[in-house]
Design a protein around this ligand. Structure first.
Ligand code: HEC
Ligand code: HEC
Length: 347
């Protein structure tokens, strides 16, 4: 195994490949939406303090909303983090950063491995962004962690009407995440919430959609797509570019998330789509339509699963024991067989 995260002749080798990441795209728990839930309301960006710590928080925000600034360095497709974690990572039920931050480190029974917050972000760089993740402790991962931390703590302080500033944390502390006993919290927050409540804040992830009445169908999904999606995402699913910049994101093809990303699972996409699409929400899909269109979107070829070793059936068996089409026949082809490259350079 190659070790990237160390100094070679004074040069910092600063990226991580999928081979070094265990399967860190395990599904996060999806729970049904509680209509009475109260969501955290983080402070306005203008409240981010001046100074070195505030600069990290601001950089995290900027990377999150314009991840294309890292194109070809760490990002291999046309997406930005905010395309799925909407409203700058603030939107409840669109996998908000404030809830995510408080859920890591996450302990996984399977291999007893601790999954830190920065490792989870590395996962989204590798799979959702079809890229090469920045190394642990890099300024990008510190910045995104600082931004997430600031949203979480300011949100908790606002909910309990606690005055004062969000405490500054060191880089080493920031990248771990807030789900640990030694995590510094305002005393009032500690008194009100236990660790379990903090690690499963209302609005985390995408709410679990009820099962469809009929098994989902890509054929019906195509009809839903034409009626409710293609005006924005294009008849060919490639999104819409303005001045050569992706204004409306692609849903499949070479510029989309890859076969290792959580969004390629039909259930995860259905949860996301039902809650968040079509954008603007003047129309809401039925439960059945959301499943059907999620299946249709994910029945198209996209960049390869970067964990591919040997052949497709083996990779399918190792990593795809879930609700997705990788390695299966759909719309006339075996998906994954003609996948697009990982981490390609922009043309
Ligand atoms: C194509 C959509 C998409 C994009 C783009 C994306 N993510 Fe994600 N992200 C997901 C999905 C889906 C999950 C949850 C996966 C699951 O349920 O297994 C997730 C999970 C996460 C989590 C953990 C959430 C939790 O509550 O545990 C973090 C943190 C995160 N992403 C950060 C990022 C960052 C940072 C970027 C940009 C570098 C990014 N994501 C880009 C789809 C995306
Ligand atoms: C009015 C325009 C519009 C419509 C209609 C629309 N979307 Fe989107 N969609 C967007 C935008 C914009 C984003 C990125 C959100 C952001 O950055 O805040 C997005 C993001 C997404 C994403 C995650 C990012 C990605 O590219 O993978 C998926 C999946 C998605 N839409 C699916 C759908 C589906 C399915 C439909 C139809 C049911 C639909 N959308 C309808 C505008 C639209």
């Amino acid at each position: 195994m190659k070790l990237f995260n160390y100094l070679v002749a004074g040069v910092f080798i600063s990226s991580v490949s999928a081979a070094e990441l265990p399967d860190r795209q395990a599904q996060i728990p999806a729970i049904a939406k509680d209509p009475a839930a109260q969501y955290l309301q983080p402070s306005d960006l203008s409240a981010i303090p001046q100074g070195e710590f505030g600069d990290k928080v601001r950089l995290g925000y900027q990377i999150f909303v314009n991840t294309q600034q890292l194109r070809d360095k760490y990002v291999g497709n046309e997406l930005n983090c905010v395309n799925c974690h909407m409203n700058a990572g603030n939107k409840a039920n669109a996998s908000p950063l404030w809830a995510a931050y408080m859920a890591y480190p996450a302990y996984r029974k399977k291999n007893d491995k601790v999954n830190s917050y920065q490792e989870r972000i590395q996962g989204c760089f590798t799979y959702s962004m079809n890229g090469k993740a920045p190394a642990s402790g890099s300024k990008e991962l510190v910045a995104i962690s600082a931004y997430s931390y600031w949203l979480a703590i300011s949100g908790l302080m606002n909910q309990l009407a606690i005055d004062g500033k969000v405490a500054e944390l060191s880089d080493i502390e920031l990248v771990k995440g807030g789900n640990r006993e030694d995590f510094p919290l305002p005393a009032e927050v500690k008194a009100m919430f236990d660790q379990k409540a903090l690690s499963s804040l209302a609005g985390r992830g995408f709410p679990k959609l009820e099962a469809p009445e009929q098994a989902y169908s890509t054929e019906r999904g195509e009809i839903v797509y034409q009626a409710h999606c293609q005006a924005c995402h294009g008849a060919d699913g490639q999104g819409i570019k303005m001045a050569n910049v992706s204004a409306l994101p692609p849903l499949w093809g070479p510029q989309s998330y890859n076969w290792g990303a959580g969004m390629h699972r039909v259930n995860t996409a259905a949860n996301f789509i039902y809650e968040n699409m079509p954008l603007g929400k003047s129309i809401r899909l039925t439960v059945q339509q959301a499943w059907d269109v999620a299946a249709f979107v994910n029945a198209h070829e996209r960049p390869q699963d970067p964990r591919l070793k040997g052949d497709l059936p083996q990779t399918q068996k190792s990593y795809h024991q879930h609700d997705g089409f990788y390695g299966k026949q759909q719309l006339g082809t075996v998906l994954g067989a003609d996948a697009y490259p990982n981490f390609p350079a922009a043309k």
